[in-house]
Design a protein around this ligand. Structure first.
Ligand SMILES: *[C@@H]1O[C@H](CO)[C@@H](O)[C@H](O)[C@H]1NC(C)=O
Ligand SMILES: *[C@@H]1O[C@H](CO)[C@@H](O)[C@H](O)[C@H]1NC(C)=O
Ligand SMILES: *[C@@H]1O[C@H](CO)[C@@H](O)[C@H](O)[C@H]1NC(C)=O
Ligand SMILES: *[C@@H]1O[C@H](CO)[C@@H](O)[C@H](O)[C@H]1NC(C)=O
Ligand SMILES: *[C@@H]1O[C@H](CO)[C@@H](O)[C@H](O)[C@H]1NC(C)=O
Ligand SMILES: *[C@@H]1O[C@H](CO)[C@@H](O)[C@H](O)[C@H]1NC(C)=O
Ligand SMILES: *[C@@H]1O[C@H](CO)[C@@H](O)[C@H](O)[C@H]1NC(C)=O
Ligand SMILES: *[C@@H]1O[C@H](CO)[C@@H](O)[C@H](O)[C@H]1NC(C)=O
Ligand SMILES: *[C@@H]1O[C@H](CO)[C@@H](O)[C@H](O)[C@H]1NC(C)=O
Ligand SMILES: *[C@@H]1O[C@H](CO)[C@@H](O)[C@H](O)[C@H]1NC(C)=O
Ligand SMILES: *[C@@H]1O[C@H](CO)[C@@H](O)[C@H](O)[C@H]1NC(C)=O
Ligand SMILES: *[C@@H]1O[C@H](CO)[C@@H](O)[C@H](O)[C@H]1NC(C)=O
Ligand SMILES: [Cu+2]
Length: 562
């Protein structure tokens, strides 16, 4: 039966813990963590298999920090795979060396080696997360980052009684790297995962999973903060709690105008903080996560469950079932995303670029290329502006910093090679793409507007796009082709949601704006691991500014060599 976990603030750093909501002093400080990459046998769904973990934990340890802190995370690789860790959503000002994507900002940490990520948290508070950023190892290598507000600063919403992290993920019964290799040999998508999980546990709707069910205990009448993270590799997810509404108060570590919903939608890479009132008849209630899939693809309706358990209710009570939006409920998805607004107060303003220096329009396409090593002679692929990104052999940030020629070019086009009816009739011709390690150069402190346009090349699909090094404002989204005149006139430049990952609607577009005030090489990619590995990615080279504090910092001495 379900094991009940008490809500805890900070199991790892006792000096950060609190009684009620009185924080025990913890000044902005340097906090050190040791991450040992270790292989451990884990059993789920009646299968036991070795998985890559941090410190033997699955999910990995939560990083607790406070705005202003410096984090030193020494990652030591004891596993047989190359490793790198990305601190998803941390801005890493001038400090791409600590960002983590392999071959973009660093070479991997080889077996037997260590690298200390040195990061200072500036101007951010809320929920973020960390994950492996090499191969598909983030399937099991991930954990939460909880950034508390500065000392003496509360939340801009009613203080919850307690809080808990819920990390949504995916589980494969077979070795994930083997599954991926098989997909690559065929030139097709690898096998789908065998389960979805909440805090690494699938819940009782899956075989052999009674004892692998996450549960949290609540007290009647109290309010709780849930920090929800989507660490799934390939699925946008709906999440709901039976009988309980969710009040959204923060996304991607940015406060929002609170709104109440029976379910949330969360794309891979995104985080959502919700308040939940334990105001129902004391019982056991299912919390559930299931994919949102409105593309004409193979259907994945696997539902992960966990339990919200009122204090004193025995495990023998059958949990109340939760209602989730239908798998293909596009209307719910669009309406939910449409409700997200930045809090935009004097203390937490939304500083949306009103004037745009650089306008970019990137088409997202799937395709088919020749592949001599694939069984069928062809492989599925993906592209931005018809370019499939080729991973380099050395880190792009090093190549940029040391001005090494021949690693990448900066001729990534600002628009597609030929405009077409992007979301018109299904396109099955011209499915080939150009290959290249092509980046876009951006002037320091310029303002950028990027429209990401889905296309019907092969099929339409929703793509969660993640930009490293920045938050951006989602000034508009829509279905069909972006219409510069009509759609720009409708942009929300007042209080648009500020995020690091945006779900581009299936057969639609999303427009984002940001100020390029963080110099370095910043990866941008679809956060569906399948599409990233097919080349749906590129990077921005943001130039140094003229000021002495506007250039990329020198690389740390222990930066891994290639
Ligand atoms: C882990 O599981 C593998 C098989 O999946 C088995 O060969 C190995 O002995 C196990 N190791 C430990 C330490 O249990
Ligand atoms: C990182 O951890 C490894 C393994 O424990 C240790 O050998 C190394 O000295 C540590 N590095 C730093 C900078 O502390
Ligand atoms: C971490 O980075 C800060 C800021 O660049 C620097 O002052 C500090 O010495 C670094 N710490 C370590 C242990 O490298
Ligand atoms: C993928 O799924 C197929 C069909 O279920 C199965 O035969 C195959 O062994 C799986 N491959 C891997 C690598 O798990
Ligand atoms: C949830 O919100 C809906 C719509 O605002 C409301 O009708 C319903 O009563 C609420 N349910 C609970 C349990 O608070
Ligand atoms: C999930 O999909 C499978 C295969 O398409 C189908 O057999 C099953 O009934 C579906 N389950 C639910 C709960 O929709
Ligand atoms: C969603 O799927 C259901 C069942 O497969 C189908 O009956 C319904 O028409 C679909 N709805 C939409 C909006 O596509
Ligand atoms: C192989 O290619 C043919 C023709 O393009 C296609 O019909 C078939 O589905 C492909 N099979 C696989 C396994 O990719
Ligand atoms: C694009 O294709 C759609 C669907 O076929 C069609 O309705 C629309 O008129 C086309 N748009 C243009 C500009 O041709
Ligand atoms: C993409 O590039 C390939 C290779 O040059 C070309 O064959 C194809 O027509 C292009 N497709 C589009 C949609 O521009
Ligand atoms: C960037 O430009 C804005 C607007 O011109 C200006 O207010 C800001 O100080 C600049 N930032 C930097 C770091 O130069
Ligand atoms: C690990 O990384 C090093 C450095 O980039 C590279 O030479 C080596 O081939 C990588 N090993 C694997 C198994 O990818
Ligand atoms: Cu995608």
């Amino acid at each position: 039966m379900a094991k009940t976990n008490n809500f805890s603030f900070c199991s790892l750093l006792p000096f950060l813990c609190f009684v009620g909501f009185l924080f025990i002093p913890a000044k902005a400080a340097v906090k050190s963590y040791q991450f040992d990459i270790q292989v451990k046998n884990v059993s789920r769904l009646c299968h036991s298999k070795p998985i890559v973990t941090v410190n033997g934990l699955f999910p990995g340890p939560t990083i607790y920090a406070r705005e202003g802190d410096t984090l030193l995370v020494n990652v030591t690789n004891h596993a047989q795979y190359n490793m790198s860790i990305h601190w998803h959503g941390l801005k890493q000002y001038r400090n791409g060396w600590a960002d983590g994507p392999a071959y973009i900002t660093q070479c991997p940490i080889k077996t037997g080696s260590s690298y200390t990520y040195n990061m200072t948290i500036t101007g951010q508070r809320g929920t973020l997360w960390w994950h492996a950023h090499i191969f598909w190892l983030r399937a099991t290598v991930y954990g939460a980052i909880v950034i508390l507000p500065k000392q003496g600063t509360g939340f801009p919403f009613p203080q919850p009684y307690r809080e808990a992290n819920l990390i949504l993920g995916e589980w494969w019964n077979n070795d994930v790297e083997e599954v991926v290799k098989q997909g690559n040999r065929l030139g097709l998508p690898p096998n789908m995962s065998d389960a979805h999980t909440i805090n690494g546990k699938p819940g009782p709707l899956f075989p052999c999973s009674e004892k692998h069910t996450f549960a949290v205990e609540v007290e009647q009448g109290k309010t709780y903060l849930l920090r929800i993270i989507n660490a799934a590799l390939n699925d946008e997810l709906f999440f709901a709690i039976a009988g309980h509404n969710l009040t959204v108060v923060e996304v991607d570590a940015v406060y929002t105008k609170p709104f109440t919903s029976q379910a949330i939608l969360i794309a891979p890479g995104q985080t959502t903080n919700v308040l939940v009132q334990a105001n129902q008849v004391p019982s056991r209630y299912f919390m559930a996560a299931r994919p949102f899939m409105d593309a004409p693809l193979s259907i994945d309706n696997k539902t992960a469950t966990a339990i919200l358990q009122y204090k004193g209710i025995p495990n023998s009570v059958l949990p109340v079932l939760s209602q989730l939006p239908a798998l293909n409920d596009t209307a719910f998805a669009l309406s939910y995303n449409g409700k997200l607004r930045s809090l935009n107060t004097a203390k937490y303003p939304a500083i949306v670029p009103l004037k745009v220096d650089r306008q970019l329009f990137y088409t997202i396409g799937l395709g088919i290329n020749q592949c001599t090593t694939c069984l069928n002679g062809t492989q599925l692929t993906a592209s931005l502006n018809n370019i499939t990104f080729v991973m380099p052999q050395v880190g792009l940030l090093q190549a940029h910093y040391f001005n090494t020629k021949g690693v990448f070019s900066t001729d990534f086009p600002d628009g597609p090679p030929t405009p077409f009816n992007y979301t018109g009739a299904p396109l099955t011709a011209n499915l080939g793409t150009k290959l290249g390690t092509r980046l876009s150069k951006i002037a320091f402190n310029s303002t950028v507007e990027l429209v990401l346009q889905d296309t019907n090349l092969l099929t339409v699909e929703s793509h969660p796009f993640h930009l490293h090094g920045y938050n951006f404002f989602i000034v508009g989204t829509g279905v069909g082709n972006f219409d510069p005149k009509k759609d720009r006139a409708k942009f929300n430049l007042m209080d648009p949601p500020e995020r690091n990952t945006v779900g581009v609607p299936t057969g639609g577009w999303a427009a984002i704006r940001f100020r390029a005030d963080n110099p370095g090489v910043w990866f941008m990619h679809c956060h569906l691991e399948l599409h990233t590995s097919w080349g749906l990615k590129t990077a921005f080279v943001v130039e140094n500014g003229k000021g002495s504090d506007q250039s990329v910092l020198p690389p740390p001495k222990d930066l891994p060599p290639c």
